[in-house]
Design a protein around this ligand. Structure first.
Ligand code: 5GP
Ligand code: MN
Length: 316
């Protein structure tokens, strides 16, 4: 059932034992919205736990509370509410089995299927952290500095540091208020962009793999097993392909396992959420992804075909 932001706030304030979770392959908005909500609520005397069925990337150290993350190893007792942020219920891995409680889903993905007990989905919101910012105001809970650092990170992460088309006047006003509450933009961008030496070198090799298709409209980057292992974090790699003049759809396909390939798409015009959904994934109109259960070579054919077909269909 769909709820208003006010109702979402009431549902949270009514619950005592809350579990927060988000999607596998975590990113800045995923962790920023989760920890932002955690820090805002921690003064309310609630018992809040954070579960995530994945490891955290190494560039989110600007946020306090990363040590609170636990993997869903066993079923948790006594949970009043599971809050799933920045994703549909289908991408939270084993959290789904570990927590049996009513689910409040707060998300900004256009592909969200809205099947949870309580859903608040605003596909126009630049980031889930931006929705959490509004939610905290709705609940009349003050922002503290830790919360502001997390929400600013989430918003910055999903807007490419306020450069993408999802950046609105509201986004910038929210960011301004988070700065007033103590967010440090210099520290956030420095830590977010930091990479290991080997990861920066790997970016160079990843750039070398870029191929153009369809007269340069599609730029495809391939990260194979060896490359993935030398790049501990490939966040942002796809942007090198996106930056090529004349390119509409940029896609990175990355080895995940022998028959599992991760796909990341970015676009300037084409709706890549629709294309991602056609191969079992989802996301936003200009940033989407999927997991294809094929090896890298097979996945490449499938993904390229899906993009070519999707572009044809959308331009028909
Ligand atoms: P990224 O390319 O950065 O991994 O993801 C881009 C956007 O697409 C993010 O908002 C992410 O949550 C979404 N996304 C990525 N992979 C998947 C997927 O497999 N399924 C769905 N539904 N969304 C995805
Ligand atoms: Mn997001």
């Amino acid at each position: 059932m769909e709820v208003t932001l006010k109702q979402a706030g009431e549902i949270i304030l009514k619950a005592q034992n809350i579990v927060l979770s988000s999607h596998v392959n975590p990113d800045g908005d995923n962790v920023g919205s989760t920890l932002g909500l955690y820090h805002a609520l921690k003064g309310t005397g609630k018992n809040i736990r954070i579960l995530l069925d994945d490891d955290l990337p190494d560039n989110l150290g600007m946020m306090e509370g990363l040590e609170l993350y636990q993997k869903p190893e066993k079923e948790l007792e006594n949970v009043d509410l599971l809050v799933i942020l920045d994703v549909d219920i289908d991408r939270i891995g084993r959290v789904r089995d570990a927590v049996k409680a009513p689910v409040l889903n707060i998300d900004h993905h256009i592909s969200n299927s809205k099947v949870c007990d309580y859903c608040y989905v605003d596909a126009k919101a630049a980031a889930t952290a931006q929705i959490v910012y509004s939610l905290i105001k709705e609940m009349n809970v003050p922002f503290n500095q830790q919360c502001a650092m997390c929400l600013y990170t989430g918003i910055a992460s999903d807007t490419g540091f306020f450069r993408y088309s999802n950046t609105t006047p509201f986004t910038l006003r929210a960011a301004a208020e988070l700065l007033e509450a103590g967010a440090r933009p210099d520290k956030i961008s420095e830590i977010f962009d930091q990479r290991s030496f080997s990861s920066v070198k790997a970016a160079g090799r990843a750039i070398d793999t870029i191929e153009l298709h369809e007269n340069g409209k599609i730029a495809l980057m391939t990260v194979d097993k060896a490359l993935k292992e030398s790049a501990d974090n490939t966040e942002g790699f796809v942007n090198f392909a996106r930056n090529i003049r004349g390119t509409d759809v940029a896609v990175m396909i990355k080895y995940a396992d022998e028959n599992v390939t991760r796909v990341s798409m970015r676009s300037k015009n084409t709706n890549v959420s629709e294309i991602a959904q056609s191969i079992g994934g989802g996301g936003h109109i200009r940033a989407a992804g999927a997991t294809v259960y094929k090896n890298l070579d097979e996945a490449k054919e499938i993904v390229l075909n899906a993009i070519v077909e999707g572009m044809k269909k959308q331009n028909a």
